[in-house]
Design a protein around this ligand. Sequence first.
Ligand code: ZEM
Length: 290
Amino acid sequence: EEAKKPKTGKGWIPSFKDYQDVYNDIAAILEDNDYDDGSYAPVLVRLGWHASGTYDKETKTGGSNGATMRFEPEAGHGANAGLVVARDILEKIRQKHPWITYSDLWTLAAVCAIQEMGGPIIPWRPGRTDKDVAACTPDGRLPDASKEHKHIREIFYRMGFNDQEIVALLGAHAIGRCHPDRSGFDGPWTFSPTYFTNSFYKILLETKWIYKKWKGPVQFVDQESGSLMMLPTDMALVKDKEFRKHVERYAADEKTFFDEFAAAFGKLLELGVPFEKDESFRFKRTTDDE
Ligand code: ZEM
């Protein structure tokens, strides 16, 4: 009987099963052999991060609540180049589940992507609402890869993170790659860009990095194969003593990285969201093969 009722209108409240259905539909479209390294998962993680990372704790503006990247000007901010790919594939999921807000959908997609790539379970709960174009954040709230530790701290402290959380979050660069037509940078950070592991830290510490000789922005390549890359901001994590401490901890112990990444990423997705229910109202996601 329940199932026959239309999933819309006042009074209808989605259940955990409804969110699990959305999760399963996202999981089913992640693989595509014609795209990048064969998966949309990394670009979905980047969408969830950029939708959330605009948060300013002083003014309580920005953050995942609102999904204002649907609109110009935010969609057109330089940092968001290429994320139209992620928004477009999620549009297909939204058409099948029109009751879910874009802001819940985009954050759930990032959670799904991380878990399906073998990463940790990320705490996630629904409750975001979409806002209109007036809530778009000003350009410049997301980090600039050409800068170093001072800039990284300014940006992430503004969101409310500490040094340990910053280093944990950056471990997401184990997945995905840089695209010259998006950011101007080029290449993946690891040899397994569709598997969520602690390899970002290991490679960062264990590799001899040299400046890439090219006309593009300053970036680093590994001397041995020339096929891996690091951004100036990534290199700042080993140059800065406080950051480096955590890089070494995460390189040595993937379990510690997974636990601390899950906590920091879960927090990122919730910045500025006025949830009606407390943290115990968490949706426990499963994967099809569990
Ligand atoms: Zn990234 N990131 N990021 N990042 N990022 C890129 C790609 C990806 C920075 C950055 O400038 C860039 C975090 C933090 C920071 C991902 C996740 C997270 C790219 C390449 C750049 C330039 C974009 C392109 O060309 O497509 C900087 C400066 C950061 C902080 C200092 C955090 C935090 C992340 C999540 C927790 C992911 C998954 C990608 C790969 C996207 C893809 O399409 O493959």
